[in-house]
Write a protein that binds this ligand. Structure first.
Ligand code: ZN
Length: 70
């Protein structure tokens, strides 16, 4: 079975095919990389120590917080 030399993955953000030689690998572009970083920063992923900004991020009550995934 012929195998391609270049490893390709999909960008976790936009699912576009990314070559391992891409400078922004595993993201297709800097934009997607920044988006992924933004996810971490905004707490889309579980972080052990919650980041507390001045006032915008107290999601304890759950009221008035826009839910993104339902
Ligand atoms: Zn992408």
């Amino acid at each position: 079975m012929p195998r391609k030399r270049s490893i390709r993955l999909r960008c976790p953000i936009c699912k576009k095919t990314v070559k391992s030689s891409d400078p922004e690998f595993p993201f297709c572009s800097e934009r997607c990389r920044v988006i992924d970083l933004g996810k971490w920063a905004s707490g889309a992923y579980v972080i052990s120590s919650p980041l507390r900004d001045t006032s915008d991020t107290d999601g304890e009550g759950g009221s008035g917080k826009p839910s993104e995934d339902e």
